[in-house]
Write a protein that binds this ligand. Structure first.
Ligand SMILES: [Zn+2]
Length: 370
């Protein structure tokens, strides 16, 4: 059963509570005010749209049931006096799987080979939906997927994702060209090596989905490096995680006409301690103030984090060829590249961003259609 019901703070708060019979290991208590707040009746919640009608402040904090009964094994009826509520076992079960709407992540390390798809299958009559569902599942569980055989035309990355969800434009534009260009707005536009990073760290809410489409790759070097951020988090100590999730760091990216700046921690966790956001960009990180109260402990954890990112066992290294398109969870997977030699041949890729939550939620729509 769900982790959702493992924490019991009702004793601390002094709230009255109600025993729910359907836990994995027997009954468990929930605060009565939570139960009353989540009454599923049509007066409290619109059935068709799931929108909530009742307001928590209309329920007394110390609300307690007059009686609780079980007309059958799957149903719990609570009489509140002014109101009657009916809860089902299936509703309680649904809370567990609905918490994040994401399958459990499959964490990977350096030996990982990306799950690969063929571009043609997304255009075929019968393969488009099943192919899309497989691609979305791969991205949701592994944080990365590869599509081969995408036409080497500018704007194909935009076309590829726009069939399902909108592109997330940022201040630097909609489709981003990356090739050796001294006038470019960041280090990606040189031929230097790029350590693994998450893009657009200088946004408070960076795009969660990213596409890298290799239009042409004829130069020597420039192998791609991918790191699973969740694999790195697993190797950190509790103390390192805590300081990296607490100290907010400034990031900046700009050119002569565009400014982006945000200050956020490098890691974020959900309420149960699972990682949900990795934000690391060596090139965009700005200086932490010398009087920051946690400067020393931050640097210990940040140093260790960077060592882990650069450890070969944690890096998947491969070459993106002409026509390859890579999809990434930009809040989880870090990408980088080795140095390349621009004099040996052309290298040109395009980036497009989108919101991964849009794509995962679109998977629900597609699944309901099949
Ligand atoms: Zn109600």
């Amino acid at each position: 059963m769900s982790r959702c019901f493992n924490h019991d703070d009702s004793a601390k708060t002094g709230l009255s509570h109600v025993a729910i019979p359907w836990g994995a290991s027997g009954a468990f208590d929930v605060p009565a005010v939570w139960l009353r707040d989540n009454c599923p009746c049509p007066a409290c919640r619109v059935e068709a749209t799931t929108e909530k009608r009742n307001l928590i402040s209309q329920v007394p904090l110390g609300v307690a049931p007059l009686s609780v009964s079980r007309p059958d094994a799957e149903t719990l009826v609570v009489d509140w006096g002014e109101h009657q509520s009916c809860y089902t076992r299936s509703w309680f079960d649904s809370l567990a799987s609905n918490s994040f709407r994401r399958p459990s992540p499959k964490i990977w390390s350096g030996g990982h080979r990306l799950t690969t798809f063929e571009a043609a299958q997304f255009d075929s009559e019968d393969g488009s939906t099943t192919g899309a569902l497989e691609l979305i599942h791969t991205l949701a569980t592994q944080g990365a997927a590869l599509v081969r055989g995408v036409p080497s035309e500018p704007g194909e990355s935009d076309r590829f994702i726009s069939r399902w969800v909108p592109v997330r434009e940022v201040a630097f534009g909609r489709v981003h060209d990356v090739f050796s260009n001294p006038a470019g707005y960041n280090i990606a536009h040189t031929s230097e090596a790029l350590p693994p990073h998450n893009d657009m760290a200088s946004y408070a809410n960076p795009p969660s989905g990213q596409i890298i489409h290799m239009l042409v790759n004829e130069s020597t070097g420039g192998e791609s490096t991918l790191v699973d951020g969740w694999n790195i988090v697993e190797q950190l100590t509790e103390d390192e995680r805590e300081v990296l999730a607490s100290v907010s760091v400034p990031f900046r990216q700009f050119d002569s006409s565009i400014e982006t700046w945000a200050r956020r921690p490098l890691l974020r966790f959900d309420d149960w301690g699972n990682p949900i956001h990795f934000r690391y960009s060596n090139q965009l990180m700005q200086t932490l103030e010398p009087d920051h109260p946690r400067l020393g402990e931050f640097y210990q954890a940040y140093h260790r984090l960077t060592e882990l990112l650069l450890t070969p066992d944690n890096q998947a290294v491969f070459r993106l060829d002409t026509g390859d398109l890579m999809l990434l969870d930009n809040h989880r997977v870090l990408h980088g590249r080795r140095a390349f030699r621009p004099q040996t041949g052309a290298r040109h890729l395009q980036d497009v961003y989108f919101e991964l939550e849009d794509l995962i939620n679109h998977g629900e729509v597609l699944a309901n259609r099949t």
